[in-house]
Design a protein around this ligand. Structure first.
Ligand SMILES: N[C@@H](CCC(=O)N[C@@H](CS)C(=O)NCC(=O)O)C(=O)O
Length: 215
């Protein structure tokens, strides 16, 4: 039995970045050792730790494995020292819904990326990508019309900010081809310019955002 928790993760993963920010906020970085995952390795122990083979997964001191990121966030919130990030009281359901939207948009972004990364080129299915891009586009509209509060750090504004920068990193919803962006940052910054202002405000609120940026 180790007295360290082990976080199976990868730097660019948006779900891992969300967990990293929550761990920093709750001053839990010390007791957590981050361990990179090789997704292409069939013998990767992650597949035993989390049968879904997804990151993040957290191995507790007693050997128990917990996943997915939403459960890990709840766990860190239970044992952490920082102010609560999960909502309570008035507005709780609204904040949880904003959190669910940002998580769902992140899942859709990943499906766009995986369609390119995991499928042979001749099997690339533009209709499927467009279906995911529809979710992302409508989601951006909704985030803009129902901006997560920046009064204090919470799980909705963290997850939304991480999702937007993941789009900068990997997805350009206007190119409609699922390509990785490189220098060409996400066109959401022009199509939904108000979100760029919101993100700048979030960065001022969250000291861990820059520290966890994977690029
Ligand atoms: N719902 C999961 C999603 C996690 C997820 O999809 N992680 C990606 C990396 S960002 C992954 O591990 N993908 C590998 C796979 O889908 O097999 C969570 O919130 O943790």
């Amino acid at each position: 039995m180790s007295n360290q928790m082990i976080l199976r993760h990868s730097g660019p993963s948006p779900f891992c970045r969300k967990v990293d920010i929550v761990a920093k906020h709750h001053r839990l970085v010390g007791p957590i050792t981050a361990q990179d995952v090789d997704m292409n390795d069939e013998n990767e122990t992650l597949r035993l730790q989390n049968p879904l083979g997804k990151i993040p997964a957290l191995i507790l001191e007693n050997g128990q494995n917990i996943y997915d990121s939403q459960v890990i966030v709840e766990y860190l919130e239970d044992i952490g020292n920082g102010a609560a990030l999960m909502p309570s009281g008035a507005g709780r359901i609204e904040t949880l819904t904003q959190y669910a939207l940002a998580n769902g948009m992140t899942e859709a972004c990943l499906l766009v990326v995986y369609e390119k990364r995991m499928r042979p080129e001749d099997k690339y299915h533009q209709g499927f990508v467009d279906y995911q891009l529809g979710k992302i586009g409508r989601g951006l509209d909704r985030v803009l019309s129902d901006l997560p509060s920046l009064e204090r750090l919470d799980i909705a504004n963290i997850t939304t900010a991480v999702m937007l920068e993941y789009m900068d990193l990997r997805v350009n919803e206007d190119l409609r081809d699922g390509t990785e962006l490189g220098a060409n940052r996400g066109t959401w910054r022009t199509s939904h310019a108000g979100l760029a202002d919101w993100l700048a405000g979030f960065e001022k609120l969250c000291p861990y955002f820059g520290e966890t940026r994977p690029y």
